[in-house]
Design a protein around this ligand. Structure first.
Ligand code: UN1
Length: 515
């Protein structure tokens, strides 16, 4: 099924189950980035007061939700997963229309939400604690996982469904309530997801949707933290904003879950299967128009295969089909004009000593700057860019040091393994990484020495499965991990219990049993 034009949606924030009146934070129209004449959603934005009201609603609803037995919360997650699965095509069409993600990828993204629900359904029957031996007789020690409380989840729009679900599903399962602030430019998708979550059986106030711009969000979050209405912040977005969120949380003695940018390296060793490496570089560099946090940032290629790799990568990028994301394309438009403006700045970092490859032109695809392999759609109406490969990048280049969110891949050369590692780590990001080699020892050494939180061997930097720990180090995050059982440490806190049934006061460290 291919996406079709949708009716314009009218969307507003939802606090305690009710739509927020008015547009205290202004209005916004989200537009199909493949055809900017099409308005996807008219959005009434909320102000900081609505954010605080949502935090209060979540805070008030939390004790009752935590009192619902965890297996029953798991059954709600199961119902949400079923509803999402039943709406898979229409949700994917909406993702494609609102942010320009190719339909096949959008279907994959919705599947990732279903996978996440499936994983956590049974966690409602586990949420294990431990029994621990005591150093004293007639005493037993236990640990319990307790919900953190109210969670404020602030997410980007490049994965408007999957990434929010990585937070919201386990947060709810663990007995927390949620204020979700999605990217405004993906408000239509967010609203559709909110409705499925609500229909899954969540009591009013358990999940609240706040559509607000950055300044209103910051002000609302700051006040909510100071009022003690928010106990945990989850943020996915740029490293720069992550620093600000981290500061705000730190002032309130909180540790947020931060999932930030990347400059993800893909190392091509001299013995690599070059065809496979090029396929991996193409998908991780230009899939999703390079707008994943796990997208390939810098290909690091051994001297002995550098020229051949470049030649093949150039040919593959030139042959790749870009265009209407409703069709069968490798990548569609950038998400909107704001991302296009930033992308143009990064294109400005290309220096005279670089070789630019990958397409028949650079920059925006237009009638005057056309591209072979542009399929469907009208470049004059959409935010389409040429895929760009920038060869001969060195550690001195801005292009090496900065995350460039879009269809651009830097390529650097190495001769020794130590140089490859230095290039893979030297920019200070540490999210995802890949190595292409036939040598298991090299792969293991790479795993050991790369600072990234995620490593692929002979596979792309993007496309992590939904049940492995996801997250990064350095500028890519604060060490927190999402997904699988590991995310439970974000959304629960350990409580330890001493249970003394000796009938007397036994003092730890003092009443030591002699043998
Ligand atoms: C992101 O871009 O924020 O690993 C998440 C991947 C996807 C998720 C990307 N499963 O590429």
């Amino acid at each position: 099924m291919s996406p079709s034009a949708t009716q314009t949606l009218e969307v507003a924030s939802i606090v305690a189950g009710r739509a927020v009146d008015g547009a205290a934070g202004g209005t916004l129209a989200t537009r199909n980035p493949a055809d900017l004449t099409q308005v996807v959603a008219n959005v009434r934005l909320a102000d900081s007061a609505a954010f605080v009201a949502a935090a209060r609603a979540a805070h008030d609803a939390q004790p009752a939700w935590a009192a619902v037995p965890a297996p029953v919360r798991g059954a709600v997650v199961q119902q949400i997963g079923r509803l999402v699965e039943a709406s898979k095509e229409s949700l994917a069409r909406l993702i494609t229309t609102e942010i320009g993600k190719p339909y096949a990828e959008a279907l994959g993204e919705v599947q990732e939400v279903v996978d996440t629900c499936n994983f956590f359904i049974s966690e409602g029957r586990r949420l294990y604690g431990q029994t621990v031996p005591s150093e004293m007789p007639d005493k037993q020690l236990f640990t319990f996982r307790k919900p953190v409380g109210t969670c404020a989840i602030v997410t980007a729009g490049n994965f408007p469904a999957a990434v929010p679900s990585w937070y919201i599903v386990p947060a709810l399962l663990c007995g927390n309530t949620v204020v979700w602030k999605p990217a405004e430019y993906a408000a239509g998708v967010s609203r559709a997801f909110y409705e499925l979550f609500a229909r899954g059986g969540l009591p009013d106030g358990t999940l609240n949707l706040v559509l607000a711009d950055g300044p209103a969000t910051f002000a609302g979050l700051e006040q909510s933290l100071e009022l003690g209405l928010v106990d945990k912040v989850g943020f996915t977005g740029s490293s720069e904003v992550g620093v600000q969120i981290g500061e705000l949380c730190g002032r309130n003695l909180q540790t947020p879950c931060l999932e930030l940018g990347g400059k993800n390296p893909l190392v091509v060793m001299g013995d690599a299967d070059l065809e496979l490496a090029v396929e991996g570089a193409l998908f991780s560099g230009f899939g999703t128009a390079g707008q994943r946090c796990t997208s390939l940032g810098v290909a690091i290629v051994h001297d002995s295969v550098y020229d051949e790799f470049l030649e093949r990568f150039d040919a593959a990028a030139r042959a790749a089909v870009a265009g209407d994301p409703a069709g069968d394309v490798l990548f569609g438009p950038l998400m909107n004009e704001r991302f296009a403006e930033r992308f143009e700045q990064w294109l400005g970092l290309i220096q005279p000593h670089h070789r630019v490859l990958g397409s028949s032109g650079t920059g925006r695809i237009t009638a005057a700057n056309p591209r072979a392999g542009f399929s469907g759609g009208d470049p004059e109406r959409g935010v389409f860019y040429h895929p760009t490969i920038v060869a001969d990048v060195t550690t001195d280049d801005e292009l090496y040091r900065r995350e460039t969110f879009g269809p651009i891949v830097a390529v650097a050369r190495f001769s020794t393994f130590d140089e490859a590692i230095a290039l893979a780590n030297g920019h200070g990001y540490g999210l995802s990484s890949a190595i292409y080699t036939r040598d298991a020892t090299a792969a293991l050494r790479f795993r050991e020495r790369v600072s990234a939180g995620m490593v692929s061997v002979n596979n792309s930097t993007s496309g992590a499965e939904a049940h492995l720990p996801f997250g990064g180090n350095g500028k890519s995050g604060n060490g927190s991990r999402q997904s699988g059982v590991w995310v439970l440490d974000q959304f629960t806190r350990w409580q330890s219990v001493n249970w003394d049934f000796s009938g007397k006061l036994q003092k730890a460290q003092m009443d030591v049993v002699e043998i």
